[in-house]
Design a protein around this ligand. Structure first.
Ligand code: 5AD
Ligand code: SF4
Length: 473
């Protein structure tokens, strides 16, 4: 996708960013003003929001969860499917209303949608009340944009990613689990996917900087890190420094932080050595999110996924053989252009073979500028919706079945906090990323404790804390 009217990214250096941060620390322009931040999309976006929050807090803003109370509304958007686009513009309608009552309200839009030329045009033409638009490559420009806010709409988006920079400050949502970016962007260019256009080419962080960040998080008391990237298995390929994802995993494991997980994996870049490292280190969680997308080799080819149904199944068999009790989750798209009932049956066949612990399932959504969006499609939306329902029914049956296997077992659970609906309970996750609700006991939050699973449901487990030693599921 071409973004001819957008600026080219400037080179940023660590020093520039540090200087900016010192500068902004001194500003009190927005002291005690309230910001309302709404995040759409993936974990990458949630983590970007933690960076955005830090900048806002450095400028004196405090967070509010009530839109009507806010002096600044910021929408951190996602472009992966059309329904998010509709949600964002729907929400903007509410913000526009509020601005009529509060003319000083600042409205800002960031994230992946801001990187799309057609979205920018739509904002320019139909939403002049939006004050600031910034992109995924220049979050660090947000303080300047706020401090130098002009009367007219300001659009500051870069088409080219620029250098990655280190020492980013985050206002992290949790004191127990943390996200750690290991890379930005993606080079895979699956034909349906907009990410390589909105997030740019793959740029890996240097291994020593990632390990340092994990060490610091461990010192601060964090129990779990999630290594984040669009395709973590391709980590390091762009650096050509002689290391790859297996080396990174091993070095991070050696920090002895309690739990390590990673998202998202791409089957094409998943090597046997990576499986061996995951199997070897106890603190690497036996949890793998391995998007299938489709079970039909014909469709996979058109998606540009670079593997066949058989190769995918072979990889899953290897993973299951080497990592006992591994929890396997996936992403599946139904209704890719001209997907036949036979193609769909092949997807179901792979689901039966792999028996996923859970899955995110989507109806294909054409994204402007991607190759797949040009393919004429003869499948009706009703057919696609019906396939999605059939798929979900099977996925949910396996989720329940997998959860049932844990009934009566004692498993280690990292307790994250109080259950929002029932204050007498706490919730946490097993090392296979299963949600567990447990009656609350003193001082349990932030600890990994043995829990006996009492009852399994499709999407969660009920358990109780036990005092005896932990036996892994
Ligand atoms: N339509 C539907 N689903 C999509 N995904 C990515 N692009 C599209 C699209 N155009 C899904 C894929 C991916 C997940 C994050 O979103 O399954 O793994
Ligand atoms: Fe999109 Fe494919 Fe990259 Fe995943 S691997 S972000 S689906 S292009």
């Amino acid at each position: 996708m071409n973004l001819p009217n957008l600026k080219e990214a400037r080179k940023r250096t660590e020093k520039q960013v540090e200087e900016k941060q010192v500068d902004y620390n001194l500003k009190e322009t927005f002291k005690n003003k309230k910001y309302f931040l709404r995040t759409y999309g993936c974990q990458m976006n949630m983590h970007d929001s933690e960076e955005i929050k830090k900048f806002l807090e450095m400028l004196g803003f405090v967070e509010t969860n009530v839109l009507e109370e806010s002096d600044l509304v910021l929408l951190n958007t996602c472009a992966i499917r059309e329904n998010v686009h509709d949600k964002v513009f729907g929400y903007l309608g509410r913000c526009k209303h509020l601005k009529r009552e509060k003319p000083d309200l600042i409205i800002a839009i960031g994230g992946c949608m801001s990187q799309e030329e057609n979205v920018i045009n739509e904002i320019k033409e139909k939403h002049p009340y939006v004050d600031i638009v910034f992109g995924t490559h220049n979050i660090s420009d947000l303080p300047r944009l706020l401090l130098e806010k002009k009367e007219k709409q300001e659009i500051d988006v870069y088409s080219i990613e620029g250098d990655i920079y280190e020492n980013i400050l985050y206002s992290r949502d949790s004191k127990i689990t943390a996200w750690v970016n290991i890379m930005y962007g993606c080079d895979k260019f699956c034909t349906y996917c907009i990410v390589p256009y909105t997030r740019g080419k793959q740029r890996s962080r240097r291994l020593e900087n990632i390990v340092k960040e994990v060490e610091e998080l461990k010192k601060e008391g964090y129990k779990e890190v999630t290594l984040l990237g669009q395709n973590v298995n391709a980590y390091g390929k762009d650096l050509q420094l002689g290391y790859d994802f297996k080396d990174l995993l091993e070095q991070v494991a050696k920090t002895n932080i309690d739990r390590i997980r990673f998202v998202t994996s791409h089957p094409w870049d998943f090597t046997d050595e990576m499986i061996d490292i995951i199997a070897h280190y106890k603190n690497i969680m036996p949890y793998i999110h391995l998007p299938l997308q489709s079970g039909s080799s014909r469709i996979l080819k058109q998606m540009g996924r670079r593997y066949t149904k058989e190769e995918y199944i072979e990889l899953v068999n290897k993973i299951k053989e080497k990592i006992p009790n591994v929890s396997l989750t996936t992403d599946i798209i139904v209704g890719f252009p001209n997907e036949t009932e036979e193609d769909f049956q092949e997807t179901l066949e792979v689901v039966h073979t792999c028996q996923y612990d859970s899955a995110f399932t989507f109806i294909y959504s054409p994204r402007e500028g991607t190759p797949a969006s040009l393919i004429p499609d003869n499948v009706t939306i009703e057919e696609k919706e019906e396939r999605l329902q059939r798929l979900n029914t099977i996925i949910n049956q396996y989720s329940l079945e997998k959860n049932k296997q844990l009934e009566g077992k004692i498993v280690p659970v990292l307790i994250l906090g109080e259950n929002e609906k029932d204050k007498n309970k706490v919730y946490g996750y097993t090392d296979t990323m299963k949600l567990v609700n447990i009656p609350k006991k003193e001082d349990c939050i932030g600890k990994i404790l043995p829990v006996k699973i009492i009852e399994a449901k499709s999407f969660s487990l009920d358990g109780e804390l036990v005092m005896e030693g932990v036996k892994n599921g």
